[in-house]
Design a binder for this molecule. Structure first.
Ligand code: XIL
Length: 367
């Protein structure tokens, strides 16, 4: 029976399983956002949508826009050279279609989630690297052309400034990656031109992290991103939007002004700005009660989001909906060292709405 339920759920034949109830006066986030001309969305995983009807119902209710958390990364789409695997991504596209949702693509070029064969092949030199980029973009953009009209063509290509604790920090603006090593700084332009040529009306987005806070590090990274974006735009390279990931860290101070100025500077270049992966890492020492923690998370994220919207953001996606499924809980690299569950998404581990959900509704709905 369970198996049958799963299969039916995967096929979308199980709309009957209700998402956990909201208070009667609360509208779904997608509706709250839509009423103000905004779009709310979230990252999803095909395996969870297929096996967890409660989560699937929540995603259907709350989100207007989906982004695959894994299914459109290179190691998912081309696990072996020349063998493309579209089934998990198609499952998400099917889900979105059934629930009248749109999907954005993530990510064509990224230094992570690269299959081993790709890393090895890129080391063979520029001709091989250019050919691989072309083959991958051609197959993937052909496959997704009807359903996906916005792609993160470039993900995390800006280098972390020196002085940060990040091992990839460099003097140059571009992050050292196998793509940069193979093709030089021109790989950004090559990727964007190729995407434009293959799908002329696709929105081409550059997506990055670490630019949100009021810290010297984030300030320096904002300058780097702006410099790179300006350089591309001034040379006539096709680029339409910048995604601010917004993996927020509460140990960092936040002030609206630097973020708003940054977003406006990007918009002055003619670029759209999006919030693509919002979630919140709590500070190193936690407030004593869950209620205090949740209130602090909601306050921090709410202040960020209000500033982002003031800076011109119209599309807001969280990186998942529930703490139970969050990478902030599952991945050692970003999970808390003290073993506590990070409460950085709108719903808790039991899929109950938290103050963060209320803060999102409030900020998205504020007129
Ligand atoms: C993360 C996923 O959430 C994890 O499950 C995966 O193992 C690693 O990637 N920035 C991005 C996302 O652009 O693709 C990352 O997603 C989180 C950071």
């Amino acid at each position: 029976m369970i198996r049958r339920r799963r299969v039916l759920a995967a096929l979308g034949a199980l709309p009957a399983c209700a998402a956990p109830p909201l208070a009667a006066q609360e509208a779904p986030l997608r509706q709250v956002a839509r009423a103000r001309g905004l779009v709310f969305g979230t990252a999803v995983r095909a395996d969870l949508l297929a096996t967890d009807p409660e989560l699937a119902a929540l995603v259907a209710r709350e989100a207007e826009l989906l982004v695959p958390e894994w299914e459109a990364k290179w190691d998912a789409l081309q696990p072996e050279e020349g063998r493309f695997e579209f089934a998990p991504l198609r499952a998400i596209l099917g889900f979105a279609q059934r629930h009248h949702q749109r999907v954005r693509g993530h990510a064509l070029i990224w230094h992570a989630a690269m299959p081993g064969w790709l890393t090895a092949a890129l080391a063979e030199g520029p001709r091989r690297a250019a050919a691989l980029m072309e083959t991958h973009f051609t197959a993937v953009l052909r496959e997704t052309r009807e359903a996906i009209r916005d792609w993160d063509v470039l993900n995390e290509v800006i280098a972390n400034p020196p002085g940060s604790d990040n091992p990839s920090a460099t003097e140059g603006d571009l992050r050292p990656t196998p793509w940069l090593a193979a093709l030089g700084p021109g790989y950004l332009e090559r990727a964007l031109r190729l995407a434009r040529q293959l799908d002329p009306t696709l929105r081409l987005t550059l997506n990055d992290y670490g630019v949100e806070a009021d810290t010297p590090h984030a300030g320096a990274k904002r300058q780097r991103l702006l410099r790179v974006a300006r350089g591309l735009v001034e040379r006539g390279v096709p680029l339409d939007a910048v995604g601010v990931q917004a993996h927020l860290q509460m140990r960092d101070p936040f002030r609206p002004e630097p973020l708003i100025a940054f977003l406006r500077a990007l918009r002055d270049l003619g670029l759209a700005v999006l919030v693509t992966e919002l979630d919140v890492r709590e500070p190193d020492s936690l407030a004593p009660s869950l209620a205090d923690r949740d209130a602090a998370v909601a306050d921090y994220a709410g202040r960020f989001l209000a500033a982002a919207i003031e800076g011109g953001v119209r599309n807001v996606l969280t990186w998942g909906l529930t703490d139970r499924d969050s990478w902030l809980v599952k991945e050692p690299a970003v999970a808390r060292a003290d073993g506590a569950t990070t409460r950085g998404l709108p719903y808790d581990e039991a899929l109950r709405p938290k103050p963060l959900r209320a803060a999102l509704a409030q900020v998205l709905g504020a007129g």
